[in-house]
Design a protein around this ligand. Structure first.
Ligand SMILES: [Zn+2]
Length: 413
């Protein structure tokens, strides 16, 4: 009797069940996408699963073919002759020659993946000549910077027989840091123009969100990404005085202010939560794992299959080529690890973005737009293995759950 009285009192005191059901709201959002559009986006994204494997097979195939045909040993001899045997110069020249050669040999594959396939799915705005121009700039920069990084690693490999991989891990972290700091300042302007966003209420709201969260900027830039792609995106890059908040013109022109605010909240989240630093540490550790595996697997591969490769030993920079075979295969195996590392950070930024923008419906609509090229409803395992961002369903459900806990508040969008 007493128990039933207490129970009925609890039932009466409990709030009435809310009419807003996050799962139903999520399903309603997802139902707005036609089955044709969904099939297209699923096909595009699932094709990307196979690209991970094909990319690895192409790089392994090219490296193996060039080794077997004696091209690698001839490149190594050429590098020795040009540098009169000076070891550092030889390693740098060999690395540059190899990177440039493989860039050219794999160009047809790169055109398929980077240009043709993007056009097949309506994602690209670029003509082939424009794409090729950017490929040339990217390959030239990649060859020089990659050559310098590989010179560092090859020198450590040659001089420090036992501990090279540990020093190489530190060096990899340094290269990643330099790339993160200098990329937005020196590399990205080679491909796109950054212009100040004209004054508007939306710009004021973006700056308000930034400054309220300690992001030291008074400027918002717009990048002309529509030159290349139809995708929407934004980013916050730089450190201290070089911080810049940028959004792309597709985001600005194709979406509503609540969607822009939700995206900018997400990007500010990456900055405020220190993701550059934690991803740098994460990827440096992954680089260390690569080097440790390379240290064991590359000499084994050369000993087992390399009788025709004419690699003279540790001093020969041609060791780089069997190492790329090992690294390509390891990268495929580590796909779920790298994707999950990034996805973990993306989920944090998602929550930060919804909290800061207070635009759960804006974020849900953004998730649907990103569903143009990212499968909206994968299985759980599929999301863990292949997704470096949460899927559309996960993001919309996250937004709707947040909204369910803030119902009745005045400024939700
Ligand atoms: Zn993000």
């Amino acid at each position: 009797m007493i128990v039933s009285t207490i129970l009925s009192a609890i039932v009466q005191a409990a709030p009435a069940p809310q009419a807003f059901d996050p799962v139903e709201a999520t399903n309603a959002y997802l139902a707005t996408i036609s089955s044709v559009a969904r099939a297209r986006s699923d096909a595009y994204f699932e094709g990307g699963y196979w690209l991970i494997l094909w990319n690895a097979l192409v790089s392994v195939g090219v490296a193996w073919g060039l080794l077997q045909a004696g091209v690698v040993s001839r490149l190594s001899e050429r590098a020795t002759a040009w540098t009169k045997g000076r070891k550092a110069g030889r390693a740098f020249i060999f690395a540059c020659l190899y990177l440039a050669l493989t860039g050219v040999v794999t160009l047809p594959w790169s055109i398929y993946v980077g240009w043709l396939r993007e056009h097949q799915y309506g994602m690209s705005n670029q003509t082939l000549p424009a794409w090729l121009g950017e490929w040339l700039i990217g390959t030239a920069i990649g060859t020089i910077l990659g050559g310098l990084a590989l010179l560092g690693l090859l020198t450590l490999y040659r001089k420090l027989t036992r501990s090279w991989w540990a020093w190489g891990t530190l060096a990899s972290g340094f290269f990643l840091l330099v790339g993160l700091l200098l990329g937005p300042v020196f590399i990205e302007p080679l491909f796109n123009r950054y212009t100040p966003m004209p004054a508007s209420p939306l710009r004021a709201q973006i700056l308000q969100m930034a400054q309220a969260n300690g992001v030291p900027t008074s400027n918002v830039l717009v990048v002309d990404a529509s030159r290349q792609t139809k995708r929407i995106s934004a980013n916050v890059a730089g450190v201290g005085p070089t911080v810049r908040v940028a959004l792309n013109d597709n985001l600005l022109n194709r979406t509503s202010p609540p969607e822009v605010r939700a995206v900018m909240g997400h990007e500010l989240g990456h900055y405020v939560l220190g993701h550059t630093a934690s991803l740098l540490i994460g990827f440096t550790l992954i680089a260390g794992l690569f080097l440790l595996v390379l240290d064991h697997a590359t000499p084994w591969l050369v000993g087992r299959y390399g009788s025709r490769w004419h690699i003279s030993g540790r001093d020969d920079p041609a060791m780089l080529v069997p190492a790329t075979i090992v690294a390509s295969l390891l990268a495929v195996l580590l796909t779920p690890v790298t994707n999950s590392l990034i996805r973990f950070h993306e989920t944090q930024a998602d929550y930060f973005g919804i909290n800061t923008s207070r635009a759960p419906d804006g974020w849900a609509r953004v998730a649907l737009r990103l569903g143009e090229y990212r499968k909206l409803e994968p299985s759980r395992l599929e999301e863990i293995v292949f997704f470096d961002h949460p899927s559309g369903r996960t993001r919309i459900l996250m937004s709707m759950q947040w909204k369910a806990h803030h119902l009745g508040e005045p400024d939700l969008q």
